[in-house]
Design a protein around this ligand. Structure first.
Ligand code: SF4
Length: 166
């Protein structure tokens, strides 16, 4: 059976393959993370402001859909590359359903007043790469054990830090 890939899994795959494996195999320790809790609260506040704007399609949840953009909202652009691929994945799922949009990533940093905006767009080349990533994720998460920890500075902010190192 092939597991259904989600946007979070794509994000984690780019960020850290071990994180993707742990999350996908239900080792979900994220409730312990301060970062994740802050993110969730920001998300809830934003949800209250923009009620009913979150859109759920199949196994994906899109923050906002406007006539021109699919909007992904994050509290940090610490790993913009991972967020970009997550957004591209959502654009791809939408396109498969006949809905064409461009991607807009809004970064709402609680420490800064300005919000940063990044744009992205699905191209044939990116679709090709995305399909490759999806199949690599499916292959990765079916492995019996996770990849080794990556020993990078990003680990300190990760919800799995204790699990990986202590
Ligand atoms: S702590 Fe580091 S190695 Fe472990 S899952 Fe997080 S990013 Fe990956």
């Amino acid at each position: 059976m092939t597991a259904k890939v989600t946007g979070t899994m794509v994000n984690y795959y780019i960020h850290c393959k071990r994180q993707c494996w742990l999350f996908s195999n239900k080792l979900n320790l994220e409730d312990n993370s301060e970062e994740v809790r802050i993110g969730r609260i920001l998300h809830q506040l934003k949800e209250e402001k923009a009620k009913k704007k979150e859109v759920a399609i199949d196994n994906i949840k899109i923050d906002k859909l406007t006539p021109e953009y699919l909007v992904e909202i994050k509290k940090s652009d610490a790993d913009l590359e991972a967020v970009k691929w997550q957004t591209l994945y959502y654009l791809y799922i939408l396109r498969e359903k006949g809905i064409d949009r461009k991607g807009k990533i809004e970064i709402i940093d609680k420490k800064k007043e300005n919000r940063k905006i990044h744009y992205t767009e699905l191209t044939d080349e990116l679709v090709f790469q995305l399909k490759e990533i999806i199949s690599l994720i499916q292959e990765l998460i079916e492995r019996p054990i996770p990849p080794l920890p990556i020993n990078k500075s990003i680990c300190k902010k990760c919800a799995y830090y204790t699990y990986c190192y202590i």
